[in-house]
Structure formats: structure tokens, C-alpha cells
Design a protein around this ligand. Structure first.
Ligand code: ADP
Ligand code: PHD
Length: 450
């Protein structure tokens, strides 16, 4: 049995859904289907999930939300009209949203329930469409599939017992359509994964049913060695390891959620990234091990929106517990950190900018000064991180030299360098305004041999 997940771009309109239906019917092994909410139909378009978030925020501010609701319903109605499906489902979606807004759930849970409406409605529509084509298919709610999650609205995690429940899907005769992105706590509350989380649902379901393959259908032919929005026509990656893909996704390859690798990896299920618009293409396969490649670097990822808190104190290396106390201050403020490059007398903590509000920043800096008594503490904003990734990198001489040469050639100053402890990556911190130039320069050196 194969599990196929179709992302937002693959279900953005009726034309895309026709392709999805063809892909499902093309292979009898595709028996469990996971779908996202309709995504962008063009680069200027807005994803349904973002429309739903905007609707929720408008409602919470006690502002008029009715027009926004109509826009969302319009997105679904365009699809159902075009596929000649009954209007009944649109009324169901409207009532569902109105019920959520009027419920006595806390705002944070209301928001999760609203967000989930996107995938839930699309799964119902796809099931109806397949039925209209005489395909034996049913919609299945994540609760009935047994997808139980931790009580962390907006960033839930899977509970282990879900895998056993999901295994029962093997007994189903029909094709099952499961909405991605959400599940339920043991207490029955709906919770979502973090953004892009339908990839995670797909991976969990694939692990649960012990699928032979997890196919992730998107809008590109493969995973490329670099973001195709930065370098035109980049090198296609035919295969890469879970570890490489996790590093690359985490560092900015938005094509696949970094948390989606773990369930498939643990169950040893290969993941294939394929294009809904070109399903016969090879795609990219993600596996445990791959043949050594002549070029040890498989990809270059970049992401922006980081802050560095730099703390320096003479004899820091002798002060027992310094690092722990610094990180405890962040923990008390509910701030998670990404990296902690350190020297003898200094330590930086790299944080996502979205985690550090102005008030939190003031409290954190005051506490660092009062409790750790440093010689110097300062906050560096607008940092970008670039990650050069490849399993063969740890045994190849001269890669750091090549990378720093690329930065020098692009006239980019390095704010920080960190060789990942996993030894499959090197990380560079630079100012955000230079990130694309730096990535292009690295790409030229590592993939075009210039
Ligand atoms: N290295 C990369 N390889 C392929 N696509 C990438 C890469 N980095 C970023 N992307 C972007 O990821 C997009 C696909 O991810 P996403 O928009 O989440 O798809 P979906 O709607 O299928 O979930 C591509 O259109 C591409 O712009
Ligand atoms: N619709 C959700 C979940 C998701 O996975 O979407 P997509 O497949 O379009 O990345 C989001 O936008 O976050």
C-alpha cells in the first residue's frame, strides 16, 4: 500500500483536483490519500489556510468578518461548481465555520479548528468527486483514523498509540481520504501541527499503515539542490537521505516539512517527492542510505529572520553552569533556540526573530545583565542562516575553504560559522540583505565548479 499526500498547490482548484483523481486511479496501490487545504493558484493568490487565519483574527477583534467568510466559501464553491458537485457541501462548510466561531472554545483552540476547516472541507470534496467518478472512496476524519496528538495548539506532536490505530486502515477495501494538518487530543480537542503540517500527517499515516512508499505530491519535479526561486533551473536531486533532507528542510527547503521525516525514517519508509503536474517524472527519493556521490554536497538551504544574542565574559570557560543559566533565562520566557556557537569567553544564542518580542527582549537582556554579570551583551538582528548539507562532507577535505571563498567572492561578511555536530552540515550566519547573492555564489562553486 502507498500513501499519497497532495499539497496545497495540488488541490488549489478543480483543474488540479482532476489531475489528483487521475493520479489516484493510475496506481491501485494508492489507497490512503492525505490532502492539504487549497493553496495558491498563482503567485499573488492567498492560501485558504491564510484566509481562515485572517477570518479568525478579524472575528477576535470583533470586526466584521462576513465578507471574509464569503471569500473562503467562494474558493470551495468554485471547485464544487467546476466539478459538478452538489452545493450541499458548501452549506456544511459555512455552518461548520459559524459553529466554531460561536463555540465557547478558547481563542487558540478556535483558531486551530478554523485552520483545520481548509483541509477537512477539501478532503470531503475530493471524496465526493471520486465517488462521482465511480471510484470507491470515502472521507475519513483524523479522529476516526486514530490520529491523537499532544495538547499543543498550532504545534502539536503525534502520540505514539496513533500508529497502532492507523494500522487498521489496511483492512479497508475503499480508498480513504484523510485531511492533513490536524488531529485530536485524548480529550477530544482538535489541534493542528505547525504550518505546512499536512506533510507530517502523510508521514505518520505512512508509518502507521507500514506503507511501501510515501508519495508527497507538490508543484515541482524534484527537490533541487537550491531553492529554485533563488537560482534558475538548479540541479535536481534524484536521491538523498532522511538526515540530509531533515537538515535542508529545517534550514529553508520549504518543499517538505522538517518534522515529517522522523515518522517515515523510524518506520524505514521511503519518501518520494513528485510533481502533480508531471506525475510520470522520477521525482526525488528519500531513503536511509545512498551511494556515495562524487560531489559530497547535496544542497544549500537558506532562511532569514534570525536574531543572535551575543554574551561575552572573561573566563566564561571556568564558570560552571554559565551556559545552562543563560539558556534557562530563555526557557523561562518560553523561547526555543536554534544554535549556540561558543568560544572560550563568549557564547551566542541564535533564535528565530518571531520568538523574541520587544518586551521579551528587554526582560531577557535585563536578566542576563543582572544574573550573569557579563562584560558585554548585545542583540544582532536581521540575520540569515545558510546551511551547506551532504552526508559525504565529514570526510572531504577543503569544503570550508571552498565555502568561505564563495562568500568572499560575493563580498559577503561572515557573522558566524558553525559546523553542525551531525557533521553533515556547515552553517554560516550573514546579514539578510546578502543572502541570495551568497547562496548563488555557493551554488556556482559547489555545483557549477566555478
Ligand atoms: N530546494 C527546493 N527544491 C524544490 N522546491 C523548493 C526548494 N526550496 C523551496 N522550494 C519551494 O517549495 C515549493 C513547494 O512547497 P509547497 O509550496 O509547500 O508545496 P505544496 O503546496 O505542495 O505543499 C516549490 O514550489 C518551491 O518554490
Ligand atoms: N494548509 C496548511 C498545511 C499544509 O501542509 O499546507 P501545504 O501542503 O500547502 O504546505 C498550511 O498552509 O500550513
Amino acid at each position: 500500500m502507498k500513501v499519497a499526500k497532495f499539497g496545497g498547490s495540488s488541490v488549489a482548484n478543480a483543474e488540479q483536483l482532476r489531475k489528483v483523481a487521475n493520479i489516484i486511479q493510475d496506481d491501485k496501490e494508492r489507497r490512503v490519500i492525505v490532502v492539504s487545504a487549497p493553496g495558491k493558484r498563482s503567485s499573488e493568490d492567498i492560501k485558504v489556510t491564510d484566509l481562515l487565519i485572517d477570518l479568525g483574527e478579524t472575528y477576535f477583534k470583533n470586526e466584521k468578518y462576513e465578507d471574509k467568510l464569503e471569500v473562503i466559501l467562494g474558493r470551495f464553491q468554485n471547485i464544487t461548481d467546476d466539478l459538478n458537485l452538489s452545493n450541499h457541501v458548501i452549506e456544511e462548510i459555512r455552518n461548520g465555520i459559524e459553529d466554531i466561531l460561536a463555540s465557547n472554545l478558547e481563542d487558540i483552540s478556535k483558531m486551530d479548528a478554523l485552520k483545520a476547516t481548509g483541509e477537512d472541507s477539501l478532503a470531503k470534496i475530493l471524496a465526493l468527486y471520486l465517488q462521482s467518478l465511480d471510484v470507491n472512496a470515502t472521507y475519513l476524519n483524523p479522529k476516526d483514523a486514530g490520529i491523537f496528538l499532544s495538547d499543543e495548539p498550532g504545534s502539536a506532536r503525534i502520540l505514539e498509540e496513533s500508529y497502532q490505530h492507523l494500522y487498521k486502515l489496511n483492512e479497508r477495501e475503499e480508498i480513504v481520504i484523510i485531511p492533513g494538518f490536524f488531529g485530536y487530543t485524548k480529550g477530544g480537542k482538535l489541534v493542528t501541527f505547525s504550518r505546512g503540517g499536512s506533510d507530517i500527517t502523510g508521514s505518520i499515516v505512512a508509518a502507521g499503515v507500514k506503507a511501501t512508499l510515501y508519495e508527497n505530491f507538490t508543484d515541482v519535479d524534484s527537490v533541487y539542490s537550491v531553492n529554485p526561486n533563488i537560482v534558475e533551473n538548479p540541479n535536481k536531486i534524484t536521491s538523498l537521505t532522511y538526515k540530509e533532507m531533515r537538515e535542508l528542510s529545517y534550514a529553508g527547503f520549504s518543499v517538505f516539512h522538517d518534522e515529517a521525516l522522523i515518522p517515515a525514517f523510524k518506520a524505514d519508509i521511503p519518501v518520494c517527492i513528485k510533481n502533480t503536474n508531471n506525475p510520470s517524472g522520477m521525482g526525488t527519493i528519500i531513503v536511509s542510505q545512498k551511494e556515495p556521490q562524487p560531489n559530497p554536497v547535496v544542497g544549500i538551504a537558506s532562511d532569514t529572520g534570525f536574531i543572535s544574542i551575543y554574551v561575552s565574559k572573561y573566563l566564561m570557560n571556568r564558570e560552571l553552569g554559565f551556559g545552562r543559566r543563560l539558556l534557562t533565562i530563555l526557557e523561562d520566557e518560553d523561547i526555543s533556540f536554534e544554535h549556540t556557537p561558543s568560544g572560550i569567553d563568549d557564547m551566542s544564542v541564535i533564535i528565530r526573530q518571531s520568538q523574541l518580542t520587544k518586551e521579551k527582549e528587554e526582560r531577557v537582556i535585563t536578566r542576563i545583565k543582572e544574573e550573569l554579570n557579563p562584560d558585554l551583551v548585545h542583540v544582532d538582528r536581521d540575520l540569515a542562516l545558510i546551511m551547506v548539507v551532504g552526508e559525504g562532507m565529514n570526510s572531504t577535505i577543503g569544503l570550508a575553504d571552498k565555502a568561505t571563498h564563495a562568500f568572499a567572492r560575493a563580498n559577503v561578511n561572515l557573522e558566524m560559522i558553525n559546523q553542525g555536530s551531525s557533521e553533515v552540515s556547515m552553517m554560516f550566519g550573514i546579514k539578510t540583505d546578502k543572502v541570495d547573492e551568497a547562496v548563488r555564489s555557493l551554488y556556482k562553486i559547489f555545483f557549477e565548479g566555478e
